[in-house]
Design a binder for this molecule. Structure first.
Ligand code: XBP
Ligand code: MG
Length: 252
C-alpha cells in the first residue's frame, strides 16, 4: 500500500511543549486559584503517565494530595482550573515561546510538496494546537492539516486509539496508507492500537519509555547539517528524515 497520509501527535512530537509550556501553565493556574500545588520538572514527568490536563489534575489530587477535600462541584472546579491553564498556555504559545522541534517545519514542507496529506491527532485542547501552529510553525499553517483531531472530541484519550481512528475516519483513509509520528509510550500505544506504523522521536521526558512495536525510534527528525541518531530500529542510511525515508520506513 502506498503512503498517502502523515498523522502527527503535537505535544513532545511537533514541539517540546510539556516542560516549559503545559507545566508552567498548570502552575500559574494553581497559584491564581490560591492553591499551594506546584508541579516541578521531575514530578511533572511522573504525572505525564496520565494524558489530558483535566485527567492529570484529578490523578494528582488522588495520588499526591490526600489532604485535599473534594467539593461537591469538584468536576466544575477542575474544569475551571483547566480553563485558566489553557489561557496561560495560549498566552505563552502566542509569544512564540515554544519552538518546533528540529526538522519538523522542513519535513512538513517537503511532505506537502510531495502531495502527502497531513493531519493531527492529539489529546491536548484544540486552541493549544492552533495557537502553537500559528505562532511557532507560521501564520496560516493550520490549513496545512486536513483534520486537527484534538482533546475531548473523543471520550477516551490516548493510549486509546480513538483520536487516530477519528482523524482517519474524517480523512477517509485506512491505517495501511498512513504513518504516525509520536514521542511517548501512551502515544505509541494509541497509534499501534489504531493499526498505524509509527515513527517515534524521543525527548527528555520519554527517553526511557517502552517503544516496542515502533517502526523506528530516533533522537529527532534531524536536518541537513544536524544529523539525528537512531535509538532503535533500522538504519536506513540517512542522517535526517525526509519523504524518501518515510516511504522506505512505511514500505519496510
Ligand atoms: C498530551 C497530553 C496533554 C497535555 C496537556 O499527550 O497529555 O494532556 O499535556 O493538554 P499527547 P491539555 O502528546 O500524547 O497527545 O491540558 O490541553 O489536556
Ligand atoms: Mg506526545
Amino acid at each position: 500500500m502506498t503512503l498517502h497520509a502523515l498523522l502527527f501527535d503535537v505535544d513532545g512530537t511537533l514541539a517540546d511543549t510539556e516542560r516549559d509550556g503545559h507545566r508552567p501553565a498548570f502552575n500559574q493556574a494553581f497559584a491564581e486559584a490560591g492553591l499551594d500545588w506546584h508541579w516541578d520538572v521531575a514530578l511533572y514527568g511522573k504525572l505525564l503517565a496520565v494524558t489530558g490536563g483535566k485527567e492529570r489534575m484529578k490523578h494528582y489530587i488522588d495520588h499526591y494530595r490526600p489532604d485535599y477535600r473534594k467539593p461537591a462541584d469538584f468536576d466544575a472546579v477542575v474544569a475551571n482550573l483547566h480553563k485558566a491553564k489553557t489561557r496561560h498556555y495560549v498566552e505563552l504559545a502566542a509569544r512564540g515561546a515554544i519552538p518546533m522541534r528540529p526538522g519538523v517545519r522542513r519535513l512538513l514542507t517537503e511532505a506537502r510538496a510531495a502531495g502527502l496529506r497531513l493531519a493531527i491527532a492529539t489529546t491536548t485542547t484544540p486552541e493549544n494546537v492552533t495557537v502553537l501552529l500559528e505562532h511557532s510553525l507560521g501564520p496560516g499553517t493550520q490549513d496545512w492539516f486536513e483534520v486537527i483531531a484534538a482533546g475531548d472530541i473523543v471520550p477516551a484519550k490516548k493510549p486509546a486509539p480513538d483520536i487516530y481512528a477519528y482523524a482517519m475516519r474524517n480523512m477517509g483513509v485506512s491505517p495501511a496508507e498512513c504513518l504516525a509520528f509520536e514521542d511517548s509510550e501512551n502515544g505509541l500505544r494509541a497509534s499501534l492500537a489504531a493499526g498505524l506504523k509509527t515513527l517515534v522521536t524521543v525527548n527528555d521526558y520519554t527517553l526511557d519509555h517502552d517503544f516496542t512495536g515502533a517502526a523506528a525510534v530516533l533522537s529527532d527528525l534531524g536536518d541537513p547539517g544536524a544529523p539525528n541518531r537512531v535509538v532503535a530500529g533500522p538504519d536506513l542510511g540517512q542522517s535526517f528524515v525526509d519523504v524518501a525515508y518515510l516511504r522506505a520506513l512505511h514500505a519496510g
